[in-house]
Write a new protein. Structure first.
Length: 132
C-alpha cells in the first residue's frame, strides 16, 4: 500500500500536541473498516507522541492523519497484513515529521548562535519537498 496515508501539519492552536484522524467513505466503504483504520492510526500516534511532544514543546502542533487511497479488497490482503501495512505507513510518516521537527529545531538553535549545521541527506528545502 504505497502512500496510502498522509500527514498534514495545521496551524497551531495553542501549546500542545493534538492528533486528528479522518477516513472517508470513498477509501473505506464500511464503518467497521473506517473504525479499524482510525484505531491503527491512533495507536501509531500514541506511540509517536513521546517523540513528538518534546519537539513541539512550547508550540501548538495539530497533526491530521488521513487515508488517501482506497483500502484493498478483503480477497487481496488479509486483515493482519492490512493492519501492519497501515501501521508501517503511519509510523513512517510520523518519523518523517519527527525528523523534520528536529531539523527545524536545530536550525532555530543554529540561527540564534550563528552556527551553520548542514542537514544530512540534503538541504531543508529538499526535505520539505519530499515530506510535503
Amino acid at each position: 500500500m504505497e502512500q496510502s496515508a498522509s500527514a498534514t501539519q495545521l496551524a497551531p492552536n495553542g501549546p500542545g500536541l493534538r492528533f486528528g484522524f479522518t477516513v472517508g467513505r470513498r477509501q473505506a466503504r464500511r464503518a467497521v473498516q473506517r473504525t479499524l483504520v482510525k484505531r491503527v492510526l491512533r495507536e501509531a500516534a500514541r506511540h509517536a507522541a513521546g517523540t513528538l511532544r518534546p519537539l513541539a514543546q512550547g508550540v501548538g502542533l495539530d497533526i491530521v492523519l488521513r487515508l488517501r487511497n482506497p483500502l484493498p479488497k478483503p480477497t487481496e490482503m488479509s486483515l493482519s497484513q492490512l493492519k501492519r501495512s497501515i501501521r508501517a505507513e503511519a509510523d513512517s510518516l510520523l518519523g518523517q515529521l519527527a525528523r523534520h521537527l528536529r531539523s527545524a529545531h536545530r536550525g532555530a538553535d543554529g540561527a540564534s548562535t550563528g552556527a551553520h549545521r548542514p542537514e544530512p541527506g540534503g538541504s531543508a528545502a529538499d526535505h520539505q519537498d519530499r515530506v510535503g
